[in-house]
Design a protein around this ligand. Sequence first.
Ligand code: SF4
Length: 164
Amino acid sequence: MKITGTMVNYYIHCRRQCWLFANGMKLEDDSEDVRIGKIMHELQSEGKRNREVAIDGIKVDKLTDQYVTEIKKSDADVEATKWQTLYYMYVLKQKGMERKGMLQFIERNKGTGKTIELELDTETEQSLVKMLNELEDYIGQEQPEMAVREKKCNRCAYYAYCFL
Ligand code: SF4
C-alpha cells in the first residue's frame, strides 16, 4: 500500500486513526474542524495558485527551491505535522529534490512558534525509515488498536465510530 503524508500524521497522532484511514475508512469530511481547516487553507492559498504540488503520491502545500512547507490550522499536534513533513522531505529527496522543511500554523493554541523549520539529517532519516516500516506492517494487520479515549478524541472525525 502506498504510504501518504496523512497516514504518517495519523500514525503519530493516533495509530488507530491511521489504520482506519489506511484501510478505507475516511471520515474526515464529517468533521467540522477539518472543514474549517480546509476553508482557511483555501482562503490562505487564494491568489497563490500552483503552490500546492503533487509528486509521487504526496501532495505538499508549498514547494520552493529551498523549502517544502506544510500548513495547518492549529498547532494542536506539532509532532504529527513534523513527521508528515519529514516524510515529504524524504520522498522529495528520493526524487533528487533536497529541501528543508517548514511548518506553518495559522492558529496557535499552545504558544508554539508560528513557523518551525526542519532538517532531515541522517539520524532523523533513519528514524523515519524505521517508522515507515513499522507503519506499513501495522496497517497491514487485520485489526486496528482498540480505541482508548483521550483528550484528542473529543475533536476527532472518528469519534462517533470509536465511541458511539
Ligand atoms: S476518536 Fe480517539 S481513538 Fe478514535 S481514531 Fe480518533 S483519536 Fe483515535
